[in-house]
Ligand binder design. Structure first.
Ligand code: DAT
Length: 176
């Protein structure tokens, strides 16, 4: 059966505002917020932390099995929040939001979070080189990938409004 609500991936470099957007979107829309970071940690879908970067080494097969079992594809109404997106099958995904942030703003956010050294440098490079945007464009159809700015609080309000309007339209277009 076709899903009644769209599934939305919110992606971008750490610190761009994925959690901020995903939490509010889920609340406003009555959707489920799937924080992949939390799932990986809580369910132990990792092989420890990378020594140099301090990031989890994720067991993607276990993660995908878990999401598959959660019936994402047919249930709909999920906001999947992660700093990667290429592993989610296209058939699960209706919209991919790639959040972008000015590099000086991101530097301050990541420093405030305690990132330093290689972990800080790698994430800064990733944002400057638009790695996540390219990954999203390579993995999904062009028309479902949307790049949004997340520098200021006002950006969040505008982005939420825009995404919520898109959801309304999706529901009209996909009404049974
Ligand atoms: P992510 O989940 O992508 O790692 P986050 O939502 O935890 O990012 O945000 C990181 C920090 O930046 C957090 O303190 C909230 C703040 N922030 C995020 N988006 C913002 C925005 N558009 N304007 C101002 N602050 C923002």
């Amino acid at each position: 059966m076709a899903r009644q609500n769209p599934n939305i991936v919110v992606t971008g470099t750490p610190g761009v505002g994925k959690t901020t957007h995903a939490e509010q979107l889920a609340r406003n829309l009555g959707f489920k917020h799937l924080s992949v970071n939390h799932i990986v940690k809580d369910e132990g879908f990792h092989e420890g932390k990378d020594e140099e970067t301090g990031s989890w080494v994720v067991d993607e097969d276990k993660l995908l099995d878990y999401l598959e079992a959660a019936d994402i594809s047919s249930s709909g109404g999920n906001i999947i929040d992660w700093h990667a997106c290429d592993l989610f099958p296209e058939r699960w995904v209706d919209l991919v939001i790639v959040l972008r942030c000015d590099s000086t703003v991101l530097y301050d956010r990541l420093s405030a979070r305690g990132y330093k050294g290689k972990k800080l440098d790698e994430n800064m490079d990733s944002e400057i080189m638009q790695v996540l945007l390219d990954e999203a464009r390579e993995s999904y159809k062009e028309e479902i990938v949307v790049e949004l700015r997340s520098d200021k609080n006002d950006d969040v309000d505008g982005n939420l409004e825009r995404i919520e309007q898109w959801v309304e339209q999706w529901k009209k277009d996909n009404a049974a």
